[in-house]
Design a binder for this molecule. Structure first.
Ligand SMILES: [Zn+2]
Length: 471
C-alpha cells in the first residue's frame, strides 16, 4: 500500500524558499536546522497540570495539581500523541491519566481499556502543533505560512485543522519561544492557548526547551521542567476498534415533576430545575454548553409553553456548571449568581465566539446580571425562589443555595450527589456534604427534598443525613 507523505508538498516549498531574502519558508528551514528535525519525540518532566475551569473564585487561577510523573510522546508522521501523567494527590478523573490521540480520534486508556473521547480530539491534535518541533512541521506542511518580523524575532502564522490560527515566535537563535492560538470554550468564547518555551538545551543532538509553560484562558494550565528528551522515540498508536466508530453522543433530556410548577430536568451528567411563575419561568443551572442549553430549553418549552425564561440561576461558577449561560443570555434571561461572579461573567457572557459561534455571538444581547450577596428572593406572590450566597467549601469559594420554600425543595450542585438508593454511607463523611448540611441548619432552611445537579435524582433530606452519619 502506498500513501502520500503528508509533509511532502511543504518540503518542496521549504526548499524553494531557501533564497537570500527571508520569508516564512526560509525562517522555518533555519529553525529546523537549528533545532534538529525529528519524526517523533518523547519528553518527561516534573511540574503541574491545573484543573481548567475549576478556579476556587471566578477570575482567579486554575487550581494547580502537582505531578509525580509526566511523559509525553508525539509521533509527528502519524499525527498521534500520548500523555501519561500521575498526580501527586487524588484528583477528579483519576490520579493516573493516559490520554491519546491519532488524527481525529481521541481516547483515554484506563483499567477497563480504551474509552473514546471524541469531543477532545481536535484540541489534542492542536497540542501536537503547539510543541516546538510540531509547530515547525505544521507551519511547513500548511504551505501558506506567513512571516511577520519585529525586533529580532520572527512570527510565523499558519492555519491548523482548517480553523485555528497558530502564531509561533522564533528568536534570533532560531528557537521557537512561543506558540499561541485560540480555542473555543462554552464559557469564555474564544480562549487564548499560549505555550512558552525557554531554557533551550541540547538533548541528544536536538534542541528542546527545559521549561514549558502553557496558559489557557489567561492562567497556567501546564508548568513543566523538562528532565529528559528522547528524539525519534518509537510511538505507534493505532486507533482502537471501539474508538474508531465512536461519535459524540446525542444530548438527552428527561423531566420529573417535583411539585406544582417545579420540574427536575435530567437525562445527562448535569441536571437543571425549572420553576414556573405566573408570567415567566426560571431555570436553575445552565451546565455544560449550548447543546445542553438548547435541549433543556426544548424541554422547558414543552413543559411550560409560551412563557419567557426571565431568570437563569447558578449554583457556582465552575465551567461545567456555567457553560450553558451564554445561550440563556441570548434568550434574554437575567443571570442570578453569587456577587463574586458578576465581573467575570459580565466579561465572559459578552466575549466573542468566532471559532465555535453560538447564539450569543451570532445575535448578541447585553448580559444582565443580578449579583447575590446574602439573600435574594424571586417571587410573584405565589411561586417563590430564595437564593442564599454562602462562603462555599473546599471545592469553590462561592456557592449559592437555591431554595423553594413552599414545596421545601433545595437545589445544590457538587456538595452532595445522591448515589444508588441502597449504597452504604462512606466511612468518612465527605466534608463538603457536611458543610452543606451545617449551612442548611445555620440558614434554618426546613428542607424536605434535595434536587441535586448531579446524581440519581431528587431525594428526601434523610438521605443526606444518612450519607454524613447524622440523625
Ligand atoms: Zn464544581
Amino acid at each position: 500500500m502506498t500513501r502520500t507523505h503528508w509533509l511532502a508538498p511543504a518540503l518542496v516549498v521549504a526548499v524553494a524558499g531557501c533564497s537570500a531574502t527571508r520569508d516564512a519558508a526560509s525562517v522555518l528551514q533555519d529553525a529546523q536546522e537549528a533545532m534538529g528535525t525529528v519524526s517523533s519525540i518523547q519528553y518527561s518532566g516534573t511540574g503541574m497540570n491545573a484543573f481548567f475551569g475549576q478556579a476556587l473564585t471566578a477570575g482567579e487561577e486554575w487550581p494547580r495539581r502537582e505531578l509525580s510523573s509526566y511523559t509525553r510522546t508525539v509521533n509527528y508522521d502519524q499525527r498521534s500523541a500520548r500523555d501519561e501523567l500521575s498526580f501527586a494527590q487524588p484528583t477528579f478523573g483519576g490520579q493516573q491519566q493516559n490520554t491519546q490521540v491519532n488524527g481525529d480520534k481521541a481516547w483515554n486508556v484506563g483499567p477497563n481499556g480504551p474509552a473514546a473521547q471524541p469531543a477532545t480530539a481536535e484540541e489534542r491534535q492542536l497540542h501536537i502543533w503547539l510543541t516546538p518541533h510540531g509547530f515547525l512541521k505544521g507551519a511547513a506542511a500548511a504551505g501558506n505560512a506567513t512571516l511577520t518580523e519585529a525586533e529580532g524575532t520572527s512570527v510565523i502564522s499558519f492555519t491548523a485543522l482548517g480553523k485555528y490560527t497558530v502564531d509561533g515566535t522564533i528568536d534570533a537563535q532560531n528557537h521557537v519561544t512561543s506558540v499561541e492560538t485560540k480555542i473555543a470554550n462554552p464559557v469564555l468564547g474564544d480562549t487564548g492557548l499560549v505555550a512558552s518555551y525557554s531554557d533551550y538545551r541540547d538533548f541528544s543532538g536536538v534542541q528542546f526547551p527545559g521549561k514549558i509553560l502553557i496558559t489557557q484562558g489567561g492562567f497556567p494550565l501546564w508548568d513543566l521542567t523538562i528532565t529528559s528528551v528522547t528524539p525519534n522515540a518509537p510511538l505507534d498508536l493505532p486507533v482502537p476498534e471501539a474508538v474508531a466508530s465512536a461519535t459524540i453522543p446525542a444530548v438527552q433530556t428527561a423531566s420529573t415533576k417535583l411539585a406544582d410548577g417545579v420540574w427536575h430536568i435530567t437525562g445527562g451528567s448535569h441536571h437543571s430545575v425549572l420553576v414556573e411563575f405566573a408570567e415567566y419561568v426560571a431555570v436553575v443551572e445552565a451546565p455544560l454548553d449550548e447543546a445542553r442549553s438548547r435541549a433543556v430549553l426544548g424541554e422547558v418549552k414543552k413543559l411550560v409553553p409560551n412563557k419567557p425564561v426571565r431568570y437563569v440561576l447558578t449554583t457556582h461558577h465552575h465551567f461545567d456548571h456555567s457553560g450553558g449561560l451564554r445561550t440563556y443570555v441570548a434568550e434574554g434571561a437575567t443571570v442570578v449568581t453569587h456577587q463574586s461572579n458578576v465581573p467575570y461573567f459580565e466579561k465572559s457572557l459578552a466575549a466573542p465566539a468566532t471559532i465555535s459561534p453560538d447564539a450569543q455571538s451570532t445575535s448578541p444581547k447585553t448580559p444582565t446580571l443580578q449579583g447575590v450577596s446574602g439573600k435574594d428572593i424571586i417571587t410573584d406572590g405565589k411561586q417563590t425562589i430564595e437564593v442564599y450566597a454562602t462562603a462555599g467549601d473546599t471545592h469553590t469559594n462561592e456557592y449559592t443555595l437555591i431554595y423553594l420554600p413552599r414545596p421545601r425543595i433545595l437545589v445544590e450542585g457538587d456538595a452532595y450527589s445522591p448515589g444508588p438508593p441502597d449504597a452504604p454511607p462512606p466511612a468518612t463523611p465527605p466534608p463538603n456534604a457536611v458543610a452543606l448540611y451545617d449551612e442548611l441548619q445555620r440558614l434554618k432552611l426546613n428542607v424536605a427534598t434535595i434536587a441535586p445537579i448531579h446524581g440519581r435524582g431528587a431525594v428526601p433530606i434523610a438521605e443526606l443525613r444518612k450519607f454524613i452519619g447524622r440523625k
